[in-house]
Design a protein. Structure first.
Length: 396
């Protein structure tokens, strides 16, 4: 007979008397970290008097004619229409009162390394995607716990390194990346697995990494303006327009994006791509983009201690066709400068050969390294030394 002085047992808990219910199992989350206006933020650490003012990192137009482009702009400068890759001469006209600072890549490399070190204190699973973006894996039982970790990371980046950052948290990198972009500047976006479909539904398809003007145009022709519009479409239907990428978009719209599993065999390749805001028909703009992408990819490989045995570049043209060129090296290489030089050379060769006799603008450029191996010993090259340290051999 039950004791009237004891509270009644709750139904459906599955717990035995005197034994607490089992805790929730941990969930694997991805935290995507994007350092806001990274090059500018690095400079403002040394020039705090410029905070709150329009600042541009790039070749100063005051030093004479330049074909250079904006590398980074403060949010105050962006209000004038300044953006990355904008020709410096145009940026100077749009915001004549801006302070221009020449880039210091050695400084940015060191600070990026410091960021990766800080993130490594939170997880052994840190994957850099560019000099100012990285994702790390953590385990947390609830959305609130995952957010708390992201808040600590954001606070540590500001306190220890003086860097503002936007963070996105989700169970897949793709959704975490989208959440990061929506949280800019300086915010944190957290999306639980059951919230993915509702979160992405009202967003335009252009927010998905890899969706550029041409893909957007194709989807619009079929009445698809938002990610939510894709949810009711058959994957085979959308893949007929966009290939396998179409299936990934439908999975995202339905809240079931799939992330490629990690393997124990180590990395086989690394790549990065850039979709221009508008299609580009100028080698100067394309070459600049390839150079910056190759540098950032080189930084990532250096930080991970990887050598590469092949380098490739690819263009996605305005008509959505794709051309590529690659080169397999006689021996594995390492270092930022050799990778950058080879990538730019391949891109120029591809541009010259494909443009012969026809004019086609480019919508997306990609740089890829393959045949990656772990570095067991640091190679030494002339690129490690400043020009003043390179002495010619004395004649015998």
């Amino acid at each position: 007979m039950p004791d009237a002085n004891q509270p009644p047992e709750r139904e459906g808990t599955g717990a035995l008397p005197g034994i607490p219910p089992a805790s929730l199992p941990p969930v694997r989350w991805r935290i995507y970290v994007d350092l806001d206006a990274f090059y500018v933020s690095c400079e403002l650490r040394d020039r705090p008097d410029l905070k709150g003012r329009p600042v541009i990192v790039g070749p100063p137009p005051s030093e004479g004619p330049t074909r250079g482009v904006v590398l980074s702009a403060s949010y105050e400068a962006r209000k004038f229409g300044i953006r990355s890759a904008l020709p410096a001469v145009i940026a100077a006209r749009l915001c004549p009162e801006a302070t221009w600072i020449p880039p210091d890549f050695a400084k940015y490399e060191q600070i990026s390394h410091d960021v990766r070190t800080l993130l490594g204190g939170y997880s052994e699973d840190v994957v850099p995607y560019s000099i100012d973006e990285a994702a790390l894996g953590i385990e947390a039982t609830t959305k609130e716990e995952a957010r708390a970790v992201a808040e600590r990371i954001q606070r540590d980046l500001a306190d220890a390194l003086g860097l503002p950052a936007s963070l996105g948290v989700a169970t897949t990198r793709l959704v975490a990346k989208i959440a990061t972009d929506r949280a800019k500047p300086g915010g944190i976006g957290v999306v639980a697995p059951e919230e993915v479909a509702e979160f992405v539904a009202p967003l335009p398809v252009r927010v998905v990494p890899g969706v550029g003007p041409k893909t957007d145009e194709i989807l619009r022709l079929h009445g698809i303006l938002t990610i939510g519009d894709l949810a009711s479409r058959r994957p085979s239907e959308v893949s007929g327009w966009l290939g396998e990428f179409g299936r990934e978009l439908v999975a995202l719209a339905r809240g079931t994006p799939v992330e490629a599993p990690e393997t124990s065999m180590g990395p086989r390749s690394r790549s990065t791509d850039h979709t221009f805001v508008t299609d580009v028909a100028s080698w100067e703009e394309i070459g600049t983009a390839v150079r910056e992408m190759a540098r950032e990819l080189g930084y990532s490989l250096e930080r991970e201690g990887l050598r590469y045995g092949a380098v490739g570049v690819a263009f996605r043209w305005a008509d959505f066709s794709r051309s590529q060129r690659s080169r397999t090296l006689t021996a594995s290489r390492e270092g930022i400068a050799p990778l950058t030089d080879l990538a730019v050379r391949l891109a120029h060769e591809l541009w010259e050969s494909e443009q012969a006799g026809r004019e086609r603008p480019v919508r997306t450029v990609s740089v890829r390294t393959e045949r990656l191996t772990e570095r067991t010993q640091r190679q030494v090259s002339l690129d490690d030394y400043p020009p003043t340290a390179r002495r010619p051999l004395a004649p015998k």
